[in-house]
Write a protein that binds this ligand. Structure first.
Ligand code: GRF
Length: 224
């Protein structure tokens, strides 16, 4: 990345894309010096695609091959790698991307192309990896929940955590209410972390994060 030129970002999505929207909004109002060079979805009906198209961002749907057959995991990953090679992003962001990635893709991006890749996860990692985090947090009686942005490594949801936003889990919360609060926190946390990459306050060397901040990683944002 050249100094002051926007950080080129590719975003992988599977669903609604409200976190993609948070990035698009900040690109458009120029509060984030980024250029979203493309959005890849493994679902043809992901609303995130509509959001990208409305903002004139190129999209790639990788769900079925030329014969109408669902892509295998490896088939998807090979296609996605080719697309990323063409787009040449500086950063790959998984924002609601709901497909487990294999080392073929993860190493292909982070080692082969030397592009850092980050994921947004709806829990305070290392607690509550995997799915259904909100219901599991409530079942355990936790009073704190939130979201994390972490480096993507081969182990699921286990790469170095860069930043977390903490929200309260209330006794009477339903999983949906808690999910909504976490979602809002994600819309703040993800752009903040991307901005740290833009400003080179976080850099990745040999798969490990370095920070020029006077604060240690992970950064913690307490939102209520
Ligand atoms: C977010 O909660 C994210 O943490 C999880 O999937 C959800 C995506 O939401 N991985 P959206 O598609 O950005 O609205």
């Amino acid at each position: 990345m050249k100094n002051n030129s926007p950080l080129k970002i590719a975003v992988l999505v599977s669903g609604s894309g409200s976190n993609l929207q948070a990035l698009i909004d900040k690109q458009l109002n120029q509060s984030l010096n980024i250029n979203i060079v493309g959005v890849i979805s493994n679902k043809s009906d992901a609303y995130a695609l509509t959001r990208a198209t409305s903002a004139n961002i190129p999209t790639a749907i990788i769900d079925k091959d030329d014969n109408g057959k669902q892509y295998t995991r490896i088939g998807f990953e090979n296609q996605a790698l080719e697309i990323l090679k063409a787009w040449q992003p500086d950063l790959v962001v998984l924002a609601g991307f709901m497909r487990i990635l294999t080392p073929l893709f993860i190493d292909g991006v982070t080692v082969g192309m030397a592009i850092p890749m980050i994921n947004l996860h709806p829990s305070l990692l290392p607690s509550y990896k995997g799915l259904n985090t909100h219901a599991r947090v409530l079942q355990s009686g936790e009073r704190q929940h939130g979201c994390s942005v972490h480096l993507v490594t081969q182990a699921l949801d286990a790469g170095a955590v860069l930043a977390q936003a903490i929200v309260s889990a209330h006794v009477n919360d339903t999983p949906e209410q808690l999910a909504q609060r976490v979602h809002q926190s994600e819309h703040q946390l993800l752009p903040l972390v991307v901005d740290l990459f833009v400003k080179q306050l976080i850099t990745i060397k040999d798969g490990k994060p370095n920070t020029a901040l006077p604060l240690a990683l992970p950064l913690k944002l307490v939102l209520d």
